[in-house]
Design a protein around this ligand. Structure first.
Ligand code: ATP
Ligand code: MG
Length: 631
């Protein structure tokens, strides 16, 4: 299949696309692209001329196939014992009511809608309702500050903002409506005035009467939406009409507004979901990502529903009420496919095995990981302890920009290697190039690029096609440049080494952050590590390592030495950290990725250059680290 997918992409993807419902078939050629900046404007199109609707394909098509009574969403609330379900038929009815409401206030094809909701069922419902009427959704993770939300509102000028009263995450209540009020005031000051703020009453967190209200602008979801009909005609859109706009997680700086279109995204997310997780109709699937990230778009909402899957949507925090919550949920719903991020794996690993082993987990069949390279030691723990040594791990490498999995194992199809995302998915042709953009062969190390387009490639950065071209297509003309460093081993397996901006050059040795971090994390007392380069008189750059220790372990000189030794033994003396900085916590984006940009500033004591920290999950971590630097 892979052979055909790269030799005859048009035929390969047409055959798969034909399994979906198209009001009108796409024209010829199936795709056109120019990925070479030297030949003019960068442009990618798939299935142009085809008319379809992704909401119809997620819901109506599955219901027509006889799956109307199958559970689409298993919702698990933050607090134990709060849950709900929706079948495909019920989900469609909810989606149609909201779609009708949106139409009634004048939202239509091509209009932007900002969704600022936690993981309630209403979040996927809102995404699908937009898709049904051809509106462009832009989900903003409901952990972002008023300022970040305002920034995004000003950027995409939505017709409406959809939110809820508040949400409970763990023991904490977050007053989302207050944040939205603040954001709407800020955006009005930037001449973007929002007329309607549709607010869902999330009763368990904050009731109506306690919520601050702006008469005329704010409307309770429960007051209006249920009054609308449970059927709603579909807006047939072109395959190349925009489906959504999503800002990247911002690990490297100001977030980019990534734009995805309809047809190619639909075909690709459905196909990747099916193969990379070996999906079968009986599976119960749970992805822990929030719909505020691309993972939640492609692998909570669209990929699973396109396949008619039963999907868990979890509102809460994975460590509440305790570190066993995930496995409690796995047993409760008999989850067979569990997809999460290395940051969660590492944090649970830190809490000890007993939180895992007291649950049966016997329903688990396939595990998945995304977001960062998974350190081999975390991989082994995930495999041996969580999966009892019987569940393959799909370590899926991809990006907001790629829409779907690019390099990923396929369970059972080829051997895994802990820490490697293994081999490319159908239709994907990764290449590794050197600094000059020369394609390297065989075993090598360099910059990861992709040649040719694939159906769910992003088409532009919203409102800034020039930034799209310079960020992704200028460094190595002819290729899409991912920004990531990568090694390819003798078996052709790909090993992501982290972002190239983070590569450290020690006495001429180029060292990927992932390699050193994985070595540190393999130390039994170290659960998380982040390394950055700092100026060094002799070596050019030295290695500065921030390490988080296992629960109950305290820092000592002896431990420092043994951490350095582990790097020497695993990689070599040249990669040995010059400095170990004890870190009770690390600065992470709200999607759980380590922000090395900030660590670099702390390491070099350039504290006045910390830059934008608004995408950090917990900004207080930074002060803590600064304090420890001087202790
Ligand atoms: P920004 O582009 O704004 O800095 P971001 O890159 O963190 O933010 P995402 O699109 O969410 O935004 O993340 C994609 C990046 O995450 C990849 O480029 C890669 O560095 C990393 N990544 C994701 N999955 C994997 C994986 N399985 N293995 C290694 N790295 C991964
Ligand atoms: Mg990125």
């Amino acid at each position: 299949m892979y052979g055909r997918s790269v030799e005859d992409p048009a035929g390969f993807w047409s055959d798969i696309a034909s399994e979906f419902y198209w009001k009108q078939k796409w024209g010829q050629p199936v795709y056109t692209h120019n990925l070479d900046i030297r030949n003019g404007k960068i442009d990618i199109q798939w299935f142009k001329g085809g008319k379809t609707n992704i909401c119809y394909n997620c819901l109506d098509r599955n219901i027509d196939a006889g799956n109307g009574d199958k559970v689409a969403i298993l919702w698990e609330g933050n607090d134990l014992g709060r849950d709900a379900t929706l079948t495909y038929t019920q989900l469609l009815a909810r989606v149609c009511q909201l779609a009708n409401y949106l139409k009634s206030i004048g939202v239509g094809k091509g209009d932007a809608v900002i969704i600022y909701l936690p993981m309630l069922m209403e979040l996927p419902i809102a995404m699908l309702a937009c898709a049904r009427i051809g509106a462009i959704h832009s989900v903003v993770f409901a952990g972002f500050s008023a300022e970040s939300l305002a920034q995004r509102i000003v950027d995409c000028k939505p017709k409406i903002v959809i939110t809820c009263s508040a949400v409970k995450r763990g023991a904490k209540t977050i007053f989302l409506k207050d944040i939205v009020d603040d954001a709407l005031t800020q955006s009005a000051q930037n001449s973007v005035k929002i007329d309607v703020c549709l607010t869902f009453e999330n009763e368990s967190a904050l009731q109506k009467q306690m919520t601050k209200w702006v008469e005329g602008r704010d409307i309770w979801w429960q007051d209006v939406v249920p009054k609308y009909p449970v059927t709603c005609d579909v807006e047939w859109v072109d395959a190349e009409d925009p489906l959504f706009l999503l800002y990247t997680s911002g690990s490297t700086g100001k977030p980019k507004g990534v734009l995805h279109t309809t047809g190619g995204y639909m075909v690709y997310t459905a196909t990747t979901f099916k193969y990379a997780f070996d999906y079968k109709p009986k599976d119960i699937y749970w992805c822990t990502a929030d719909c505020g990230w691309i993972t939640g778009h492609s692998y909570v909402t669209y990929g699973p529903l396109l396949n008619g899957a039963t999907n868990v949507v979890f509102e809460g925090a994975p460590n509440f009420p305790d570190a066993g919550r995930c496995w409690d949920i796995v047993d409760k719903y008999k989850i067979s496919i569990f997809y999460t991020a290395p940051t969660l794996v590492r944090s649970l690993m830190r809490e000890g095995d007993e939180h895992v082993t007291r649950y049966s987990r016997k329903s688990l069949r396939v595990l998945g990981s995304v977001g960062e390279p998974i350190n081999p030691s975390a991989w082994r723990w995930f495999f041996n302890v969580v999966g009892d040594g019987k569940c393959p791990i799909s370590d899926t490498w991809w990006q907001t920009e790629t829409g779907g999995f690019m390099i990923t194992p396929m369970p059972g199809a080829w051997p895994q290697k802990p820490g490697s995302a293994t081999l490319p998915f159908f239709g994907v042709q990764p290449v590794i190039v050197d600094e000059k953009g020369v394609e390297l062969e065989g075993e090598c190390s360099g910059y990861l690029c992709v040649k040719n387009s694939w159906p769910s490639a992003f088409r532009t950065l919203y409102g800034d096609h020039e930034r799209y071209e310079t960020t992704y297509f200028s460094a190595f003309p002819g290729y899409y440049f991912t920004g990531d460093g990568c090694n390819r081993d003798k078996d052709g397996y790909y090993w992501l080494t982290g972002r190239v901006d983070d590569v450290i050059n020690v006495s001429g040795h180029r060292i990927g952050t992932a390699e050193v971090e994985s070595a540190l994390v393999s130390h039994p007392q170290c659960v998380e590590a982040a390394v950055v380069g700092v100026e060094h008189d002799v070596k050019g750059q030295g290695i500065y390592a921030f390490v988080t220790l296992a629960e109950g372990v305290s820092y000592s000189e002896e431990l420092r030495k043994s951490l350095i030794k582990v790097v020497r033994d695993k990689i070599g003396g040249f990669a040995a950290p010059d400095k170990i900085h004890w870190a009770p916590g690390l600065p992470k984006t709200r999607s759980g990725k380590i922000m090395r940009r900030i660590l670099r500033k702390i390491a070099s004591n350039s504290l006045d250059e910390l830059g934008d920290t608004s995408t950090l999950a917990d900004p207080t971590v930074v002060d803590q680290l600064i304090a420890l630097a001087h202790s």
